[in-house]
Design a protein. Structure first.
Length: 204
């Protein structure tokens, strides 16, 4: 059992190294401008090493794009697990989302820039994950409407607006810059709470 677990850990580590190298190269040269030979050279391995973990360059891109949305989706799931009133859950969601965007900034950037090259199978999976995210956020907002915490005229528009605002820092956030990840989350949370008409943003 121990040896099997160690073997799985090694495989995951190798896949991670491939994904990180490909992400960086896609960022530097674009998806079309990057070859698997370049990925292998960056890792100082042979191309068969790449093929032992991924079937193609497209599969690598698909994996990167899925990671770009899985992390924010986890923020919704964690907010629901922690619980609390709608305001608390929404605040936790925004903070978790901000942390996810910072942690996976490269993957999200590649996903948005190279979305036309994502394999169809991965596109369908991304669509399903996006729907799950939108439904989770909508459920929190609807609870806030029902208990009088939130005032929202158009739930669908608000979900799309909040989602877009939270993901956009991938394009401008600078680690080590003016805002820490915590400050980014605090700022976004205040903006989101104002959007849904929460009056006591600082208190409670």
């Amino acid at each position: 059992m121990f040896l099997a677990s160690m073997k799985d850990d090694i495989i995951r580590l190798k896949r991670e190294r491939i994904l990180e190298a490909a992400r960086d190269l896609f960022s530097e040269y674009g998806y079309q401008g990057t070859t698997l030979d370049q990925v292998a050279d960056r890792l100082e391995v042979t191309k068969p090493f790449i093929y032992s973990h991924f079937k193609s360059k497209a599969e690598i891109l698909g994996e990167l794009t899925q990671r770009g949305i899985l992390a924010p989706l986890d923020a919704v799931r964690r907010a629901e697990e922690i619980g609390g009133d709608p305001k608390t859950r929404l605040t936790n969601l925004v903070h978790g989302f901000a942390e996810a965007v910072v942690a996976h900034q490269g993957e999200i950037a590649v996903s948005n820039r190279e979305k036309n090259y994502v394999p169809m199978e991965s596109r369908q999976k991304l669509k399903e994950l996006q729907i799950e995210f939108d439904r989770g956020l909508a459920a929190i907002l609807q609870d806030g409407i029902d208990n009088g915490q939130f005032e929202i005229d158009d739930l669908g528009l608000t979900v799309l607006s909040i989602g877009g605002m939270m993901i956009w820092p991938y394009s401008w956030y600078q680690p080590g810059g003016r805002l820490s990840t915590r400050e980014l989350g605090d700022g976004l949370a205040k903006l989101v709470l104002r959007m849904v008409c929460v009056q006591d943003i600082v208190g409670g």
